[in-house]
Ligand binder design. Structure first.
Ligand SMILES: Cc1ncc(C[n+]2csc(CCOP(=O)(O)OP(=O)(O)O)c2C)c(N)n1
Length: 513
């Protein structure tokens, strides 16, 4: 058995059976091993951020890591934005990066690069395999690292001779450390704050605090104490819709965030970070909460928020409560495009258990309150702020979701970073309905200009405008095998969304907003 075969066998033993790939010469033995070792679903992405973003989306819905196959330092570097967003979302991913053969590396051939250096900035765990007999054991440790709470990026660099040499040894799966529990004093402290203090905010974030199970316990706590509750601005996955809390998020715009948080004297963090701005601005506070507010940590991101919130509810003597009814589905709206209309179309039409991949940027800021009444669904956001996460995450979310409908809300500027993912959606026949929010601008940056105290002149405006020429999304999608149509009214949007939901295939709607 060669090293590559032991690598694939070891991944399968550790429960990793989906590979998102963009290979090159140094990965040919891995690719060949995929033919000889059955059981790995292989999905080709035509740019590396498609590959890494898909692995991110896969973790978020499947709850287990996929492996990526990337080509040398430059291939990994192309995928770094996706890995940055994945790291911020606490997505577990195993990257296998092919590289120069060990004896060839000192010759400084063209693709030689600081592959480990590129990897370290986005990975919690990085290793370069030394020989074929060790690569199986190395990848088992990589999977263990990826699965360790709260979910981590692990990168194994595989020099090509470690793959083609004989002597591969298959490694068994390693035990994954249990999710750590909150300390007993953290639960007592939070209970004391909730009993004795006023103007208390509970802030939910991270992988476990936004699940349905955690929300049931959080609902007990707020019903009993009258504390307020919010989620962080961007979240990897929030369980939403009927049977879930009507959870608002800390607003993105700094003024709105500061106004929303100004009266809190106490903030209890449950898997979250005390809110800071995405950016600093001249003469503007970086902290979006009052600096005098006291911060109490119930759980850190890697800790089990469900058990901690249950213990907190018990400590407070909070009775069990039913989730509030989130109201009836809305009527389908008609007329000119509006964010409220978009929210109503989605809330009215999404099937139960849909996955919403949200890269709606400015247009989507108000969608949350109007979609609580939708059937139960998961809402995925970009936690890292590196745009272009939407199309690829939709690919991975659909594959990890095993047939669940994905509805991707995709701002046009962000979509152009990773538009190649549409081809993968078509090839894999994924049930993804994409609504491209076509405003033909970098709208958010026009607002950011004002935030930094500048006024865009004609040259600056050219850097923020996506017209001249207009991007033809229908042709782009068709060119990659995805059916598509344009909607310029809410009724056209609703018709196209309904049609697409009846097909087990991707469909793209260019919504002219
Ligand atoms: C990788 C990366 N490159 C550039 C940026 C800077 N950036 C932030 S938002 C944005 C434009 C977003 O435009 P669009 O997706 O069309 O959304 P809109 O603002 O129009 O709602 C840019 C270029 C970024 N955040 N990440």
């Amino acid at each position: 058995m060669n090293g590559a075969e032991s690598l694939v066998h070891s991944l399968l033993k550790s429960g990793v059976d989906v590979c998102f790939a963009n290979p090159g010469t140094s990965e040919m033995h891995f690719v060949a091993a995929l033919d000889r070792v059955p059981g790995m679903r292989c999905v080709l992405g035509l740019q590396e951020n498609v590959v890494t973003g898909a692995a991110d989306g896969y973790w978020r819905t499947a709850g287990k890591p996929a492996v990526t196959l990337l080509h040398c330092g430059p291939g990994l570097a192309n995928g770094l934005a996706g890995l940055h967003d994945a790291r911020r979302a606490h997505s577990g991913i195993v990257n296998c990066v092919g590289d120069q053969a060990t004896y060839h590396r000192p010759l400084d051939a063209p693709l030689t690069a600081d592959t480990e250096g590129f990897a370290r900035g986005v990975s919690a765990w990085t290793r370069t395999s030394a020989k074929a007999s060790e690569i199986g054991a190395d990848v088992a440790v990589a999977v263990q690292a990826a699965k360790t709470s709260p979910g981590q990026v692990a990168t194994l660099i595989c020099p090509s001779d470690t793959c083609w040499d004989d002597g591969g040894v298959v490694a068994e799966a390693l035990p994954v450390p249990a999710t750590p529990q909150a300390e007993a004093h953290a639960i007592r402290n939070a209970a004391k704050v909730l009993r004795e203090k006023k103007n208390v905010l509970i802030l939910l974030g991270g992988p476990t605090a936004l699940t349905e199970a955690a929300q049931l316990q959080a609902q007990r706590v707020i019903a009993h104490t009258g504390a307020h509750i919010l989620a962080e601005t961007s979240n990897a996955k929030i369980a939403r819709g009927q049977g879930r809390m009507q959870l608002d998020r800390v607003p993105y715009p700094p003024d709105a965030a500061i106004a929303r948080l100004k009266d809190y004297e106490q903030i209890i963090l449950v898997g979250s970070k005390a809110p800071v701005g995405f950016f600093g601005y001249p003469n503007y506070p970086s902290l979006h909460y009052p600096p005098k507010a006291e911060i109490t940590v119930l759980t850190r991101q890697e800790q089990d928020a469900v058990t901690a919130l249950t213990a907190l509810a018990e400590e407070l003597g909070a009775p069990k409560v039913a989730m509030p009814d989130n109201g009836p589905k809305p009527e389908l709206p008609r007329g000119a495009p509006s964010p409220e209309g978009l929210a109503r179309v989605i809330a009215a039409l999404m099937p139960e258990d849909s996955i919403i991949v949200d890269e709606s940027v400015t247009y989507g800021r108000g969608l949350s309150p109007l979609t609580h009444c939708a059937p139960k669904h998961d809402w995925l956001q970009n936690r890292g702020g590196a745009i272009g996460y939407g199309f690829p995450v939709a690919v991975g979310a659909a594959i990890g979701g095993g047939g669940r409908r994905v509805i991707a809300l995709q701002a046009d500027g962000s979509g152009m970073y990773t538009v190649q993912a549409l081809w993968t959606q078509a090839r894999e026949k994924l049930p993804i309905t994409t609504i491209v929010l076509s405003n033909r601008k970098y709208q958010i940056l026009i607002g950011e200009y004002q935030n930094v105290g500048a006024n865009p002149g004609p040259t600056a405006m050219q850097m923020l405008d996506l017209g001249n020429p207009d991007i033809d999304w229908v042709k782009l999608a068709n060119g990659m095998g995805v059916g598509a149509a344009t909607a310029s009214t809410l009724e056209e949007l609703a018709d196209l969304v309904s049609q697409s939901l009846s097909q087990d295939a991707p469909f793209l709607i260019e919504f002219l907003i």
